[in-house]
Design a protein around this ligand. Structure first.
Ligand SMILES: Nc1ncnc2c1ncn2[C@@H]1O[C@H](COP(=O)(O)OP(=O)(O)OP(=O)(O)O)[C@@H](O)[C@H]1O
Ligand SMILES: [Mg+2]
Length: 248
């Protein structure tokens, strides 16, 4: 008997982001080693690995903040290898860095509007009103300076600012690091809403259970190499692997 045909949407879908054979160095330190990484449209990918394994370096490489020594990165079919972060952002990628990168001397509203960019396809997209709907806290503090915000509020602002660029893919480094449990839950809820809005995401976070509760696929880095790339179910089915590569 013939194998069942793959559903048409699987046959037709091509990755939004493809990074092939990426090697990134900091000086002489060889950090990323032949990394292959992709993100499908609307997919939520968990990027996992112990401390210092290269997660942030991969996000920074994708965003154009670090130039890979070799390898190729394409976004929506456009070669973005070696492009500047501003060009990468225009092509549809947004990074929410671990340190949030909020401008202390701009107000909440200014932080949100200065990087804003309309949707590339002419759709309505994310506006200030929508961000304030998503984060009522930021609406209340719209005239506060960036440096008057709590850590959680800064994280929300960084996410809001990334959304204002109307990205196809959001890169979230240490999504909930250092935040109080209640704020963490709010951030996870936001990540769910981003997913529901059809925006693909790559999420790094130390809380494995929280992360795996919302990812479609996961990539594990060990010493700059991809040691796992597969479904959340497959990862969860191998506790020994999890202990070996992610256990504390
Ligand atoms: N600017 C830098 N210069 C030199 N080495 C660096 C630099 N930034 C990171 N490294 C090194 O590169 C390696 C990968 O770091 P990276 O920050 O990508 O790891 P990570 O997986 O994000 O870790 P963490 O979980 O601690 O955030 C580490 O060995 C780190 O010490
Ligand atoms: Mg990191």
């Amino acid at each position: 008997m013939n194998a069942p045909a793959a559903p048409l949407d699987v046959l037709m879908s091509t990755p939004a982001l493809v990074a092939r054979q990426i090697n990134t160095y900091y000086g002489l330190s060889h950090i990323l080693r032949n990394v292959d990484f992709y993100v499908m449209p609307q997919e939520t990918v968990g990027l996992l690995g112990r401390n210092g394994m290269g997660k942030t370096t991969l996000l920074r490489t994708l965003m154009g903040l670090v130039r890979p020594k070799n390898g190729r990165i394409t976004l929506n079919g456009i070669d973005i290898t070696g492009r500047r972060p501003s060009a990468v952002a225009r092509a549809g990628l947004a990074l929410v860095p671990e340190d949030r990168g909020v401008f202390p001397n701009l107000t909440v509203k200014e932080n949100l509007t200065f990087a804003a960019r309309p949707c590339r396809d002419g759709a309505a997209g994310w506006t200030l009103d929508r961000i304030f709907e998503l984060f009522p806290r930021l609406a209340e503090r719209r005239s506060h300076w960036g440096n008057q915000l709590s850590g959680g509020e800064q994280k929300m602002l960084a996410i809001g600012r990334a959304l204002m660029t109307n990205p196809d893919i959001m890169l979230l480094d240490e999504a909930t690091e250092g935040l109080a449990p209640k704020i963490r839950d709010e951030i996870w809820e936001t990540v769910r809403q981003i997913r529901a809005a059809g925006i693909a995401a790559v999420v790094v976070d130390k809380n494995l259970d929280d992360l795996l509760a919302l990812t479609d696929r996961n990539v594990v880095l060990t010493k700059g190499e991809v040691v796992f790339d597969g479904s959340t179910a497959d990862l969860k089915a191998d506790p020994a692997f999890i202990q070996h590569h992610l256990g504390v």
